[in-house]
Design a protein around this ligand. Structure first.
Ligand code: ADP
Ligand code: MG
Length: 307
């Protein structure tokens, strides 16, 4: 069973009314006090699946657990309010591990930790974080807002994290000049300021963060919005480090950028008459219909699948 099939089953069982901003978006959107909406999201990291402790320091694990969660608040345009931190800890972790983990967790965002749970794990470290954010009522940018004619943008270069993972999985060291790729894999930066700027500007219609690759995540936005897209593959931004590595190895940078996950950049669409207020790259446009046409591409790019 695919991840999406399981989630669809769960949604039909527990949330058949498909509450806007409920299951299926980066955060749930709930009416809050003082003219705000409350944003809630949760993400889990599991040793052996999302990281291997030999390669991630405790600081990196703390950082990444925080960053992937705050990225979902950024994806709606929200401002952090607080988090809940739940840990399943294997025995044998010492105080310096805890200090370093918490240091990394807190370095991403200084919103308070409001609660959580701590248990013992019999099989590796597991970190679950729930984040709360806020945004002016009705201003959250949903995945469902893309309209035909919109330009599709990404907030930064893609594929660095996937390239670093590919090297790590092959047991290789990171070559000189490619350190930024590893940095982006270990310590992604949630685009909180950029997301909030986009949510408060006119003409931005839909947004999400890129956790599973554009090949997967753009399709989620298209399905949710009931539209299709044309992507100009040559316009997908690649960093200099990724270009250099791909040149040396004969890898396809485009494939890593579109099919690799964990970039945590923002993917958004905006009216063609609007110039977005953040640094970003136009990669295509929204059209009527469904699916993605990859102009200038070599294949039908699919993103990362968890199952
Ligand atoms: P993200 O990458 O932002 O976490 P996805 O694109 O993977 O989100 O979409 C998954 C959607 O399904 C999210 O809205 C998430 O809250 C929801 N979801 C995933 N797993 C579960 C679950 N076990 N129970 C309820 N909702 C879930
Ligand atoms: Mg997300």
């Amino acid at each position: 069973m695919k991840e999406s099939e399981f989630i669809d089953k769960l949604r039909l069982r527990f949330n058949p009314g498909a509450q806007p901003g409920g299951i299926g978006d980066d955060c749930a959107v709930l009416a809050g006090p003082d003219g705000n909406d409350i944003l809630v999201s949760t993400d889990m990291l599991m040793e052996g699946v999302h990281f291997r402790s030999g390669r991630f320091s405790p600081y990196d694990i703390g950082w990444k657990a925080a960053a992937v969660n705050w990225s979902d608040i950024a994806a709606m345009g929200g401002t952090p309010v607080g988090s809940f931190l739940s840990l399943a800890l294997p025995s044998g972790l010492d105080e310096s591990w805890a200090d370093s983990f918490l240091e990394g967790f807190g370095a991403v965002c200084d919103a308070p930790v409001l609660g959580g749970d701590t248990i013992r794990s019999s099989s590796g470290l597991c970190v679950n974080v729930t984040v709360l954010g806020k945004i002016a009522r009705g201003k959250a940018l949903l995945r469902s807002g893309a309209r035909p004619g919109d330009i599709i943008y990404v907030s930064g270069a893609l594929g660095d994290s996937a390239a670093a993972l590919k090297l790590l999985e092959a047991g290789e060291n990171i070559p000189a000049g490619c350190e930024t790729l590893l940095e982006r894999h270990l310590r992604p930066i949630p685009r909180l300021e950029e997301g909030a700027a986009l949510a408060s500007s006119c003409g931005v219609h839909a947004m999400m963060d890129i956790s599973d690759g554009v090949g997967s995540d753009l399709r989620k936005m298209l399905t949710s919005s009931g539209v299709g897209a044309e992507v100009e593959v040559a316009k997908v931004p690649l960093s200099d480090g990724l270009r250099r590595l791909c040149f040396e190895r004969g890898w396809s940078g485009t494939e890593l950028a579109l099919c690799g996950g964990e970039d945590f950049e923002l993917l958004f669409t905006a009216d063609p008459s609007v110039k977005p207020e953040i640094p970003c790259f136009a990669i295509g446009r929204i059209v009527e219909g469904d699916g993605v046409k990859w102009t200038g591409g070599e294949k039908d790019y699919k993103g990362f699948e968890h199952f």
